[in-house]
Design a protein around this ligand. Structure first.
Ligand code: ADP
Length: 434
């Protein structure tokens, strides 16, 4: 990151410096040309008015000026020139400013001279007797201003570059230093710039979730272990009746199973959380996958005498099979677990555009409006008293939510207590849209 900030600042300062430099050169050039043009125009006007009074003025007087003065007859012959020998000069009738001055009374033009660095500005006025008086001066081009100063410019550019790099280095250090010194264990104790507040708040939230998770894990594991240890102790003391021993062993077995399920779910949710799942994408047929899950849950359905209705289109998509399997298994299992005896379960699968839609609807106990936002939290089980008879770890939906998010999908829930619940999962068909 340090390198990127440095690069951005360096590019920015260098670009700004170069823009300022060239803009200044252009402004200088513009001002200088404007000056020259004004001078040439004024001088031409003055000489023209003198010549209108006294047509032979130039032949008899010397005009002190930096401009080249040329007097041209209406036929184009050069009558007078203050810098060049007129006998060597060709007919000037083709010069644009002369042609235009004859037609319009006055005219100007800018033409490049042989050398690239200079160009000439001409101003011409038609006199009362039909002759044309024309003055001209060199005006610099932008390069004409820059090139003579090239040594200075190179030195200035190097200085600007060095200064930019120095500023970029200093600014980068200033930005990065407080970030490197952050106390990540106690994010809110850091006194840094306000731009980091959101980051620190989410870090704090993250830490809180982690702390709660550890506390919950210990608590959730302790409950079955306490039972196991209690039953085992009674059996070990030899104070239990022989006929109870079978019951106690069964309880120990059941509690151990619960413990194993919980640990498996904890491992799953942690792996998903840390992005440590194998990114094993393949094309999966969702219809077959759902049919497979239904088959696995057949005993659960018949135990509660639940009628299943399905509407499964032949839909395929790219996904990590075992992750999607577990996610959908949890939702369908819940639709049975939290259903009423003789209830109904609907599973609908279809696709629209490049998305896959899976809806699981039950006619079960439903979820209180207040609990809905919390059901995806780890270890959250709505209405504990009601749920105490229903087996669960409170991790299923947390796993499902993470799994769907990993595939860049969404999961929504609609529920009414005592009427039922609908879970809607939307998944992209292709991994490329991740
Ligand atoms: P659990 O192991 O308790 O089923 P989940 O994470 O799968 O854990 O679900 C969290 C809680 O959400 C459940 O304890 C239950 O209160 C509620 N819940 C989930 N699915 C349903 C459903 N289909 N109908 C009613 N309540 C549900």
């Amino acid at each position: 990151m340090q390198k990127r900030i440095f690069k951005t600042i360096a590019i920015l300062t260098i670009t700004v410096s170069l823009i300022v430099f060239f803009a200044s050169a252009y402004i200088l050039f513009y001002k200088a040309s404007q000056n020259t043009m004004n001078t040439v125009q004024n001088e031409t006007k003055q000489i023209a008015s003198v010549l209108n009074e006294n047509p032979n003025y130039l032949e008899n007087n010397t005009v002190l000026t930096d401009s080249r003065i040329t007097l041209i007859s209406s036929t184009g012959e050069v009558i007078y020139d203050n810098t060049l020998d007129i006998s060597n000069l060709d007919i000037h009738k083709d010069r644009p400013e002369v042609i235009n001055a004859i037609n319009d009374g006055y005219s100007s033009s800018i033409r490049k001279s042989d050398s690239i660095q200079t160009q000439l500005y001409y101003y011409a006025i038609k006199l009362n007797n039909g002759n044309v008086i024309r003055l001209s001066q060199n005006t610099n081009t932008v390069w004409g201003i820059i090139i003579p100063q090239i040594n200075l410019i190179v030195i200035a550019t190097i200085l600007i570059l060095l200064l930019s790099l120095f500023i970029a280095n200093w600014a980068t250090k200033k930005i990065v230093e407080p970030i490197n010194k952050l106390d990540l264990q106690n994010p809110l104790s850091n006194k840094v710039y306000p731009e980091l507040t959101d980051l620190l708040l989410s870090l704090e939230e993250n830490n809180k979730v982690k702390r709660e998770f550890s506390a919950n894990v210990s608590h959730e594991l302790k409950t079955p272990l306490t039972s196991i240890s209690g039953y085992a102790e009674i059996m070990a003391n030899g104070i239990s009746k022989v006929e109870d021993q079978k019951i106690f062993s069964q309880k120990i077995y059941d509690e151990s199973q619960k413990l194993i399920n919980k640990i498996n779910d904890i491992i799953k949710v942690s792996k998903l959380d840390e992005n440590k799942v194998e990114q094993d994408y393949s094309i999966i047929n969702y219809k077959y996958l759902l049919e497979e899950i239904i088959q696995e849950l057949k005993p659960n359905l018949s135990n509660k005498n639940i009628t299943l209705e399905t509407e499964l289109q032949d839909v395929s998509g790219e996904a990590i099979r075992y992750i999607i399997h577990d996610a959908l298994y949890n939702i369908i299992q819940n639709g049975i677990k939290y259903n009423k005896k003789n209830g109904k379960l609907y599973i609908i699968l279809n696709q629209f555009n490049d998305k896959i839609y899976i809806r699981v609807k039950d006619t079960g106990i439903g979820i209180n409006q207040d609990d809905i936002p919390r059901i995806f939290e780890r270890f959250f089980r709505a209405d504990r008293s009601h749920n105490s008879k229903i087996e669960g770890t409170g991790l299923g939906l947390a796993i499902t939510k993470h799994s769907i998010a990993l595939h860049n999908g969404t999961i929504d829930v609609y529920s009414k207590p005592n009427e039922g619940t609908v879970f809607e999962i939307i998944l992209p068909k292709e991994k490329s849209s991740l």
